[in-house]
Design a protein around this ligand. Structure first.
Ligand code: GLU
Length: 481
């Protein structure tokens, strides 16, 4: 049998890192076992679902490289893949359950049902609906009213009262006692299915073999297990992933940094860095390897190495990892990726094209300093800022022969016929040699004079990038004290 996993987001907001991790694990599990990864949009909460969120979800998943085999935009044998296009299917299955007496109609308004809940709450510690209670609300008068106005009743599932054991692939055996849940709605009077019902019908009809999702759904799983049984559907395997906590061990939230994939995109994170980091949120490589590509993960990922303990999200580590990935990126790709960050802040659209070579060199020379591409405009200022003359520095080096060395350097730079990194390196080395001073005495102040900073990009590359005129002007100004 083909292994099939799915990611089933509700388009009620942007894709956050928790969702992205669930999608990634489902994707990797399918790939590892030569199965299929399905994307299903769960948009039956019509008020909160928006198309713009759906589009963004698809876009973010693609950006991460989590390509699906079947989904709302690629049809497959088990579509449609958007729940709002499957309403008739849910209705049919709900009716079937009513026909066999496993579900029943409730002719009552939401407020009445809620009132019932608070009444039971007052009386019992385990406030669950029972069929008797709910059917009592469906008075003959109510039924007549509904029928004459064409209004539909809600449909409730009569849950078999028994203990349930979930054999979870991550959590192990999870016991649900008989009183852990009561009857619950499967269809609303609006004609829309509830989450627990639609998800079961869809996972079964879409032949999902492994349901991988966050453990916040654990209490839903018992309801779903009961539905599988009553609908005579084969139960899939479940794997509930642990919660993601912030460094302070509270549930991950905005307070801990960016939490949506979109924010990381806008900050200039590389998808492969984010994917790599997310994979380590609850899973580990058999040899504890930390840096790895998605292709590598596809070969070795498995649920047996997924931890049941909460994962701790550390944005600092993610940022560090992103920096590492930036250093590996090809010059050409870095140039392309830098565009939204430097246009129009640093260069206009035209300048971005006409200065292509320069930008490639400049971003390359800044690679080691970048942790996210949004830092580029600020980091690039080093090439444009005209550092103030540091008088203290001048006094401290005046007598040490360094001043003489820089004069030699100016002469050598002036005589370079073709201004390139090689020639500049040659000339600079010669200036050190001819002036007979220690290399460190020569380079350290030179960096400070030219860049205004103690550290930064490779000095010769920097000199090349700001150009001969700028270099000599800065040096002369300095030598004038
Ligand atoms: N639409 C649900 C959610 O986004 C799906 C949960 C599930 O995977 O079953 O939480």
């Amino acid at each position: 049998m083909e292994l099939r996993t799915r990611f089933a987001p509700s388009p009620t907001g942007y894709l956050h890192v928790g969702g992205a991790r669930t999608a990634l694990f489902s994707f990797l599990y399918a790939r590892k076992h030569g199965g299929k990864f399905i994307l299903r949009i769960e948009d039956t909460d019509l008020e909160r679902s928006e198309r713009i969120f759906e589009d963004q979800l698809l876009d973010d998943l693609k950006w991460l490289g989590l390509n699906w085999d079947e989904g709302p935009d690629i049809d497959g044998a088990y579509g449609p893949y958007r729940q709002s296009d499957r309403l008739e299917i849910y209705r049919q299955f709900a009716n079937k359950l009513v026909e066999v007496g496993k579900a029943y109609e409730v002719y009552a308004e939401m407020e009445e049902i809620e009132k019932l809940r608070s009444d039971i709450l007052a009386k019992s510690e385990t406030p669950h609906y029972t069929r008797e209670m709910l059917e009592e609300l469906s008075t003959p008068q109510k039924i007549r009213e509904y029928k004459s106005s064409g209004k539909k009743p809600a449909i409730y599932f009569s849950i078999p009262r028994k203990n349930w054991i979930l054999k979870d692939l991550v959590k192990g055996d999870v016991n649900f006692t008989e009183d852990s849940t009561g009857d619950f709605a499967i269809m609303r009077s609006s004609g829309l299915p509830t989450y627990n019902f639609a998800v079961v019908v869809d996972d079964a009809l879409m032949k999902i073999t492994h349901v991988i999702r966050g453990d916040d759904h654990l209490s839903n799983t018992v309801k779903q297990m009961a539905l599988y049984e009553s609908l005579n559907f084969e139960l899939p395997s479940f794997a509930h992933l642990s919660t993601i906590l912030g460094p302070d061990r509270t549930r991950l939230s905005k307070r801990h940094g960016s939490t949506s994939v979109g924010e990381y995109r806008r900050r200039g994170f590389l998808p492969e860095a984010l994917v790599n980091y997310l994979a380590l949120l609850g899973w580990s490589h058999p040899e504890q390897k930390e840096i790895m590509s998605i292709e590598e993960m596809e070969k070795i990922f498995d649920l047996d190495r997924v931890s049941k303990n909460p994962a701790v999200y550390d944005e600092k580590k993610l940022t560090w990892m992103n920096g590492r990935y930036i250093r590996e990126v090809s010059d050409e790709r870095l140039y392309e990726m830098s565009k939204p960050f430097i246009v129009p802040k640093v260069f206009s659209e035209e300048e971005y094209v006409s200065n292509r070579k320069w930008i490639i060199q400049a971003t390359k020379s800044l690679k080691t300093e970048l942790e996210e591409l949004s830092q580029l405009p600020e980091k690039m200022q080093i090439f444009f800022a005209k550092p103030e003359v540091d008088h203290e520095l001048f006094t401290s080096i005046e007598k040490s022969g360094v001043v003489q060395a820089y004069k030699i350097l100016i002469d050598l730079y002036e005589s370079i016929d073709d201004w390139n990194v090689e020639k500049i390196t040659e000339a600079t080395k010669k200036a050190v040699k001819d002036s007979k001073i220690k290399a460190s005495d020569f380079y350290h102040p030179l960096r400070k004079i030219l860049t205004g900073k103690e550290s930064g990009p490779d000095l010769v590359e920097f000199i090349f990038l700001i150009g001969r005129e700028n270099t000599i002007t800065r040096l002369r100004k300095f030598l004038e004290g």
